[in-house]
Design a protein around this ligand. Structure first.
Ligand code: 6R9
Length: 659
């Protein structure tokens, strides 16, 4: 495959020049700094003795058996953190808060899309998780088994994840927006025994079926013994006797008590599938002790959480890693009170988020640049109608945040008062790696600034040598970290090759990055064939394979073109079978639908261009760089390596023809 963008590749140099001329910096106020959880000394403490630092962070948790070794890296790149330690993740997120007298504290203010609400205290959460754990155990699930979770943002999704953690069962959450086919391949790869789902889900004020996709998926997955269904929308569902079970029938009658068992620190906690550079998604494996340590520590230090007074809201979906680490595990380990919202930001109106912030007095708000840019489009007058004075920390994650969006967020949401933490991390890293500390760092709009205390990250050139200030290259992580992935499910070789072979002994993140003149880190987007659409990782190959699986398509090439709202938009170039170059609108519409069915609506190309040829190098590699030039309406870059230089003329001529 061709490399889609290099750190100095096409399309990035203009953005880069802008970034490097950024000289605004916003230090925290004295009041904020004075009360912050994390002070500047944390960097020195971590630098003095990294392992001792992480051992202190692990002490945030309750360990049934203390570890004998902080880090065992003897089998690199497979790490063992807190080796010999034993703990129960769910006990740490729920029971111990009830035992310490906080049972009546609200854990979750749940807000349904249609406006229904639920208030769940830590005592309620404990009862629900115990019942769910007893129910899953009654289905014969034991530690080490896998359960697939395919649900919208309902409380039962969180109960299920914690019930799995309590039993040592490994969960695999599959985003509810994914297709039956995407669900099937994930169930099959993990050999899940049970799927937990809902009858349907609310989306923009309407209901859409969800269990129907499970029915379709499990026709081809013999590992699945039961489908457990939460009633949410009340719509009709097909029912397979013996296999399908209603949540309210199986779970509600269970005992509210369940004794948690301690598991090894390295016991698998979850698998989460993410796009790689080849079509097949990778099952990223996370384990228990190190993962919970780093999610709890980062949530405490980066968001400055004060469990007695803050109301925290992360707007992610639990189908993504952000939902795992910063809705479920980090916040609950820290005894947060949080808002969980089921629906879309413009249902029933474009002020819904601000209304929720006002209603619950949200003080920490964590969202994605794509949403901030959408809010910008809707207009600053909308947040201005609400009382947002409860806010004190704002977070961003998922893609580079452009300085304009950062400034808008600061001014129109944060009243020029709230520190913004731009947090860089990945499904693979499990927890935040590069971010400002809100009480310490003078932030620059658009920069994630510096590795957190305890984390080491470098920008290196092609040869692996660290670049100097002002230099650009690839982001690597040169020290193991507690929440790091422990591999790709069932594929050790792919783990070594994807992450550890590009630069010997160092983790290759797949992101381009730069140091500015002060040494701050600027993330520049992916350097591989992974697109980032609204913060969702989608590989070009995945979309290409979906397109060529359609009988009308002979060949397809997909690129991510920059998009003012979604960061990148998917643009596809297809050659039709029999060379039919007339881009009938119905063909294009059918192909877009086909991709939505194969992968999910988020992977629907923004634009499909029917072309007679694709630009290829002499060795037959598609030159995506040139296609990106076309997609972004730019003059073509260097075409000298093209096998046939007339191809681009053909494509451009074809595109000028009205379709
Ligand atoms: C947490 C998450 C990971 C990829 C990552 C990078 C991009 C995430 C970012 C960011 C710049 C940030 N990314 N946060 N780029 N600044 N603050 O998003 O995980 O879905 O695995 O995506 O997202 O390209 O490599 P995941």
């Amino acid at each position: 495959m061709t490399r889609a963008t290099g750190p100095d590749g096409s399309g990035q140099s203009a953005a880069l020049d802008n970034l490097l001329s950024e000289d605004r910096a916003f230090p925290p106020s004295e009041e904020f700094a004075a009360q912050a959880n994390a002070g500047a000394a944390l960097y020195d403490e971590a630098a003095a003795d990294r392992e001792a630092f992480w051992a202190r962070q692990a002490d945030r948790l309750h360990w049934e058996t203390r570890w004998s070794r902080v880090l065992d890296w003897s089998d690199a790149p497979f790490a063992r953190w807190f080796a010999g330690g034993r703990l129960n993740v769910a006990y740490n997120c729920v029971d111990r808060h009830v035992e310490s007298g906080h049972g009546e504290q609200v854990a979750i203010h749940w807000e349904g899309e249609p406006g229904d609400t639920r208030t769940i205290t830590y005592a309620d959460l404990l009862r629900e998780v115990c019942k769910a754990a007893n129910a899953l155990a009654s289905l014969g699930l034991r530690a080490g088994d896998r359960v697939a979770v395919y649900m919208p943002m309902v409380p039962e999704a969180i109960f299920t994840m914690l019930a799995c953690a309590r039993l040592g069962v490994t969960h695999s959450v599959v985003f509810g927006g994914f297709s039956a086919e995407a669900l099937r391949s994930r169930i099959e790869d993990a050999e899940a025994r049970v799927v937990v789902t809902t009858d349907g889900q609310y989306r923009r004020g309407k209901t859409a079926p969800l269990k129907a996709s499970v029915d379709e998926a499990v026709q081809h997955t013999p590992s699945v013994e039961h489908v457990l269904v939460v009633r949410r929308t009340g719509e009709e569902v097909a029912w397979t006797e013996g296999r399908d079970l209603w949540w309210h029938e199986l779970v509600d009658g269970q005992s509210e008590e369940h004794a948690p068992e301690a598991f090894d620190s390295e016991h698998p906690l979850f698998i989460l599938y993410t796009s790689g550079t080849t079509g097949r998604p990778k099952g990223i494996l996370h384990t228990s002790g190190g993962y919970l340590t780093q999610t709890a520590y980062t949530h405490h230090a980066v968001f400055d959480l004060k469990p007695d007074t803050d109301v925290y809201w992360c707007t992610a979906d639990i189908g993504w890693v952000t939902g795992h680490s910063y809705i479920v595990y980090g916040p609950l380990a820290n005894r947060a009170t949080q808002v969980v919202y089921e629906g879309t930001p413009n249902t029933p109106h474009e002020g819904r988020h601000w209304e929720i912030i006002q209603k619950y007095g949200v003080s920490i708000y964590y969202t994605a640049p794509t949403l901030i840019r959408t809010f910008m489009k809707w207009g600053a007058d909308i947040p201005a109608r609400y009382d947002l004075s409860s806010l004190r920390v704002l977070g961003s994650v998922g893609e580079p945040i452009n300085p304009e969006a950062w400034m808008w967020y600061r001014e129109h949401v944060g009243a020029n008062r709230c520190p913004i933490v731009d947090t860089w991390w990945q499904t693979e890293t499990g927890a935040i790696m590069i971010s400002p500390l809100p009480g310490v760092t003078a932030t620059k709009p658009g920069s994630a600034m510096a590795p957190l205390p305890g984390i080491s990250a470098k920008v290196v050139d092609d040869t692996g040598a660290e670049v100097g200030r002002g230099g650009g290259g690839y982001l690597v992580l040169d020290q193991p970290w507690p929440a790091m992935l422990r591999g790709i499910w069932g594929d050790e070789q792919r783990y070594r090759e994807t992450y550890w072979s590009r630069f010997e002994g160092r983790y290759f993140a797949g992101d381009g990055a730069k140091y500015d003149a002060d040494g701050a880190i600027w993330l520049l987007g992916r350097v591989d064939d992974v697109m980032n659409v609204s913060g969702h990782r989608i590989s070009t190959t995945e979309v290409e394979s979906a397109l060529v699986s359609h009988p009308k398509v002979a060949e397809a090439a997909v690129v991510g073109a920059s998009d003012p709202t979604t960061g990148q938009g998917i643009v596809a170039f297809v050659i039709l079978r029999g060379g039919g170059a007339e881009a009938g609108e119905d063909v294009v519409a059918a192909l877009r639908e086909h991709v939505a069915r194969e992968i999910g609506p988020i992977a629907k190309p923004r634009q499909i261009m029917v072309v007679p040829e694709l630009p290829k190098t002499r060795s037959g590699k598609i030159m995506r760089r040139l296609l990106r030039d076309v997609a972004e309406n730019r003059a073509l870059g260097d075409v000298t390596t093209l096998q046939d230089s007339a191809v681009m003329d053909l494509i451009s001529a074809g595109l000028r023809k009205p379709s």
